[in-house]
Design a protein around this ligand. Structure first.
Ligand SMILES: Cc1cc2nc3c(=O)[nH]c(=O)nc-3n(C[C@H](O)[C@H](O)[C@H](O)COP(=O)(O)O)c2cc1C
Length: 267
């Protein structure tokens, strides 16, 4: 059943699609071309293939980094944390065409294994990349690159980002403008057993999560109201059992008991 858009939602400029999609860790991308180094913050980066390991960064064509990557066919991804917050912002306001940013910041660097771009000391993780494909995408260029080496600070990254250390061990997530966030709390999702019937588990999880929110109760009441109207109009025969579900505890096919709305804890 297709519903009307929920009340209160807003239409936004198309450019905001990128704001909605971004939020992964921001990178400081370092480059080296014919004796010159450069560094620029890049938020538009994405994994593209597991085997071979490919990643992509979208760099606006006018950026000095774009030119340097196109020429050298290499770059390095450095993942900064909170101590580099202001550097990240400033480096995004300066062009390597006019200033030697690595010299200006006096960043300490160390040598990469497979690329000439320097790696930034004080970051949390480093990915060395060799460009395989250059794809024009509107006003940006997508550099598709083969991952040649990955190094991490194990205090910050085990097999995933770790949150038990200091906030300074967490990557920066770019929220837009000059706002950033760090990961805050870890939520562990349940993993289905191989023997679980996927449809049943999905239905149960859905019900369970929806029941957590007062909005869900309101939505259900609205849905029941709409169904009642359908019944009045003669389109549906009987909603007695569904009405009962809205007012009583009931059990899902998997044996999960959904409490009555007034049994739910306050939000
Ligand atoms: C947090 C942040 C994220 C950014 N992400 C991107 C990006 O994904 N792609 C891009 O082309 N520019 C991005 N920019 C802008 C460039 O970093 C900025 O234009 C920088 O000055 C380019 O430097 P360069 O000319 O030395 O390459 C970002 C800026 C900031 C502050």
């Amino acid at each position: 059943m297709m519903n009307e858009p929920p009340d209160g939602i807003e239409t936004r400029p198309l450019a905001q699609a990128s704001r909605i999609l971004q939020g992964g860790p921001v990178a400081l991308v370092t480059t080296f071309d014919r004796g010159h180094t450069n560094v620029a913050p890049i938020a538009w980066l994405t994994p593209l293939s597991a085997n071979p390991p490919l990643v992509g960064i979208a760099v606006e064509r006018s950026r000095h980094s774009s030119l340097m990557i196109a020429k050298s066919e290499q770059f390095a991804i450095n993942i900064p944390a909170r101590p580099l917050l202001h550097h990240v912002q400033y480096l995004g306001a300066l062009s390597g065409a006019r200033i030697d940013k690595l010299d200006a910041t006096q960043f300490e660097t160390f040598e990469a294994e497979h690329v000439d771009a320097p790696l930034l000391t004080g970051c949390l993780a480093w990915v060395e990349c060799e460009v395989q494909q250059v794809v024009p995408t509107g006003d940006h260029t997508l550099f598709v690159a083969l991952v040649r080496a990955v190094r991490v600070d194990p205090h910050a990254f085990g097999d995933r980002w770790l949150l038990h250390g200091s906030v300074d061990d967490r990557p920066l997530h770019f929220l837009g403008d000059h706002y950033y966030a760090t990961l805050d709390s870890e939520l562990e999702a349940r993993v289905p057993n191989a023997s679980d019937a996927p449809e049943r588990v999905l239905q149960e999880r859905m019900l369970e999560e929806l029941e957590q929110t007062r909005e869900a109760q309101e939505r259900r009441a609205e849905a029941l109201g709409a169904l009642e109207k359908e019944v009045e109009a003669g389109n549906i025969v009987d909603i007695g059992s569904m009405t009962a579900r809205a007012t009583e505890s009931w059990m899902t096919p998997g044996g999960l008991v959904i409490p009555r709305p007034d049994e739910l804890p306050p939000l």
